[in-house]
Design a protein around this ligand. Sequence first.
Ligand code: PLP
Length: 468
Amino acid sequence: MDLHLHLGEEGGLAEQIYAQLHERISTDALPAGTVLPSSRELAARLSVSRATVVAAYERLAAHGLIRSRAGIGTVVTGQRIPAPAAPAASPLRPRAIWSAEHLAVPDLTAPATEFDFTVGVPARTRFPFARWRALLNDQLRTRTDVNYADPAGSARLRDALARHLVVSRGVRIASEQLVITTGAQQAFDIAARVLLEPGDTVAVEDPGYLPAYRGFLAHGARVVGVPVDSEGLVADRIPAGTRMVYVTPSHQFPLGMPMSESRRTALLAWAARNDAAIVEDDYDSEFRFTGRPLTPLQATDTEGRVLYVGSFSKTLLPALRVGFLGVPATLGEAARRAKFVADYGTGGHLQAALAAFIEDGDLARHIRRMRRSYERRHHLLIGTLREHFAGVLEPIESSGGTHMAALLTPGQPPDTILAARALAEGVNLGTISRWGIEGPGPSGFVFGYGAISTDQIPDGLATLRRVI
Ligand SMILES: Cc1ncc(COP(=O)(O)O)c(C=O)c1O
């Protein structure tokens, strides 16, 4: 086992080893059953005599905390130890920004419910785990370049991604303009690092995607919510002096409508007039079921003002934590440096497996399969809502994605109350009000249809109907 002990000047060496192991056993950092290194091995690692380690081990054994087991070695027993006295309160405090209400980490574990309309979760059971395992195993077996690499991402993955984006989204970004990120979230972070000075104004959609809001806020930006209507962000309402605008034009989060052509034109023109940047989050655009394909802002931007963000959280799995940022050529090197500063680059094995997954057509195949599946769920959901929730819920038209929203008609109890009642009956669904930026968003529900199977949707909605 990889056991790190720090031996300082104070106290005898055996005493220090004893105290540190004692502390780790009592806090469960070394839980029952852990096999400690042999006294010879630990002595060599710490550059102390073996007798020193043996003395420490004997003392721990005398307290019943470890014992020798034939054929295994020295094992932690798991005997309970009284909790140590509380450490002295530290005078250190985080910067005030970390107390901001919006920066609290929400509960990310979806409760296990019978009908799971969790938002932002793709169909886990349909992911090609066997193929993915094979690709990762292959990388672990054959990869020889195990050192640090280009922080922007492997050339192979960026090339594969650049080709994929042209075909799937009509987005032309040279691979040198792409940075592979830890999800879309890190793409927002890099965009902020590259472009924002402290106190700069960033405009986000209201209601909107709070994680992006948080990213800009934590950078010290002044983040303002700009209203959205049935056509998307109301460009005229962007405050003067705004340096960056964050939008989800393909599938507004959380409401789901696409941004209209005229609003897209207005937004690009606004950015040109005001010398601002646009962060386009195209997070689930590959699942489009109806209407004409919507060209991303990036593909119509003739001024080089759009930073294009994508994620594999919807097309593959959120747990992979892979996304990307495509920037105008003038920002390419700065974005690469920002990624380098942030974390030195995304894991090499993961990137190589993903590159092979794209090159071999697995990604396109998986997206096609899931698109059909999500389309069925989407139509079933909207059809059932129209039929059985008329006068209660007004579904918002959208052309794709993995979730849809519906507004509660006036006179209904707040969405939070109804969602809590639904949860008590085994239906987990999102509320729109929680995504408000300047205040609570409108009252309504967000139905994710990644986690729930098509078969369960009618019963889930019937249960919901009973609690409204
Ligand atoms: C609007 C929006 N952007 C991006 C993402 C993906 O974020 P990430 O890649 O950090 O998982 C999501 C996922 O729910 C989302 O809803």
